[in-house]
Design a protein around this ligand. Structure first.
Ligand SMILES: [Zn+2]
Length: 471
């Protein structure tokens, strides 16, 4: 497959401009997404970041690029250590447990698995090598509690986040040590504290700092210069600023394009643990299906804040239902024998599909402008529905429409092509069957049982009532 059409345009946080995405290596695109720190359940914000960049990856693949997608698990830092201690288990036990939780959540959200999902605890050698290079180039120095990066030795420091080096030197953030050369200097290797996991290094036993992990792991899997580095907006400073300082300070080109997704608000307030408006994915899935949540999370432009509330989620639910009902309606026509079409009355389905595809592509091509793509899809559904209403859709046309919907769903990952069996429907039918049995209408009761069996549902009459299971 070849890459078709124009280059995709991306808003680059580094240049603050929208520009053509030109890959380092032809039609191969390397993407690194900062993944979660695995010490607790995933929340909606993790879901948004994972889904936004899943769409980016799927879209580039749909365009014909070979995408190499890397998303890490941060499995060693203060939070994992504190939490493991509190629960009386090892850091490894804790992080392995939450990696499984995240994997399940992401799978339910229909997020494709990354090509690589590295953990820092398995990349200590790469991390040490990178710090060695930073010593060679005089960006690193040692204090009592660890190895630090001297930001004054890297003139580009602050370019990504727009922080001025002079401000940083005055000192707004003092972290870990007061002896640092500049208040903005950050730790790359923390020396061992009793009871903490630690590894050998040329500078003493210890563990990596958070920022060095991502610099080392992204370059291991994507090379010293790669295409897109992404994450939530809250990672711009200091995390990504520090990643750039480390990688470029060590002589590598590093990521060309930096993409950041905006915040998620809950009932128009910023989501935070202290406000108590904090939802884990698990909690949200109890009220709404994961695909509804996915549709909600992709429905706004990734650089715009998104407001989560019962109302916006219900809107997403009905919006998604409209698409899925549409698919079932068209599928039914696709399955029918061809009607005798009367020549020029046949609408130009191929033309409508082409138009819809062009606007769908044009939206995503423009810095993942999903709202534009979804609007064009919605127009398409409206137009086709009116053709169906007037009985002018042939089964051949319907087949083409289903193929088109499947193609765009390879990007969106939200649509359902098989009739969904809702437990509510099944319960209703069981109730109706019970009524029929009470009224001794056994014929009707049997019919309902057969109907359910056709849907793959087996009924069992027990002493506690009728139970059902999937065949
Ligand atoms: Zn990171």
């Amino acid at each position: 497959m070849t890459v078709k059409g124009k280059n995709m345009k991306i808003f680059n946080t580094l240049t603050k401009k929208k520009a053509d995405m030109v890959p380092v290596n032809g039609k191969n695109v390397g993407i690194y997404l900062c993944g979660p720190t695995v010490y607790d359940y995933g929340h909606l914000g993790h879901g948004r970041s994972a889904i936004v960049f899943d769409i980016l990856r799927r879209y580039l693949t749909y365009r014909g690029y070979n995408v190499n997608f890397v998303r890490n698990w941060t499995d060693i830092d203060d939070k994992t250590i504190e939490r493991a201690e509190k629960e009386g288990i090892s850091v490894k036990e804790l992080t392995e447990k939450f990696i499984q939780v995240y994997k399940k959540d992401f799978e339910e959200l229909n997020i494709l698995q990354p090509d690589f999902d590295p953990k820092p605890t398995e990349h200590i050698d790469e991390i040490i090598d990178l710090i060695k290079k930073l010593f060679d180039r005089e960006h690193a120095y040692i204090l009592d509690d660890g190895v630090y990066y001297d930001i004054a030795t890297f003139p580009e420091y602050g370019l990504l986040s727009g922080q001025l080096l002079s401000e940083l030197k005055k000192g707004v953030r003092v972290e870990v040590s007061d002896d640092k050369r500049n208040p903005g200097d950050f730790v790359m290797w923390k020396f061992e504290k009793p009871g903490e996991p630690s590894w050998e290094s040329p500078w003493g036993m210890g563990r990596p700092g958070w920022h060095i992990e991502c610099s080392a792991m992204s370059m291991k899997y994507l090379g010293g210069e790669f295409d897109i580095h992404c994450g939530g907006q809250d990672l711009v400073f200091p995390h990504h600023e520090d990643e750039i300082a480390q990688a470029r300070g060590a002589g590598f080109g590093y990521a060309r394009y930096w993409m950041h997704n905006s915040f998620l608000n809950i009932d128009n307030e910023k989501m935070s643990k202290s406000l108590g408006n904090f939802f884990t994915l698990k909690e949200v899935f109890e009220k709404f299906s994961p695909l509804t949540v996915r549709f909600f999370l992709v429905s706004a432009h990734y650089r715009a804040p998104l407001n989560f509330s019962d109302v916006t989620l219900r809107q997403a639910e009905s919006g998604l239902k409209r698409y899925n009902d549409f698919i079932l309606r068209i599928k039914e026509i696709a399955g029918k024998a061809e009607k005798d079409e009367s020549g020029n009355r046949v609408p130009d389905i191929t033309g409508l599909i082409k138009k819809a595809k062009n606007s769908f592509d044009a939206g995503l091509e423009d810095d993942l402008n999903i709202s534009k793509s979804l609007a064009s899809l919605s127009d398409f559904v409206r137009d086709i529905n009116s053709i169906v209403d007037s009985n002018h859709l042939s089964s051949g046309g319907a087949v083409k429409i289903i193929d088109f919907m499947k193609m765009i769903n390879s990007v969106l990952g939200i649509l359902t092509f098989e009739k969904e069996i809702l437990s509510e429907d099944i319960e209703n039918q069981i109730e109706e069957r019970n009524r029929a049995r009470k009224e001794k209408d056994y014929e009707k009761a049997d019919r309902i049982r057969e109907n359910l069996l056709d849907m793959g549902i087996i009924l069992e009459d027990t002493r506690d009532g009728t139970k059902w299971k999937k065949a």
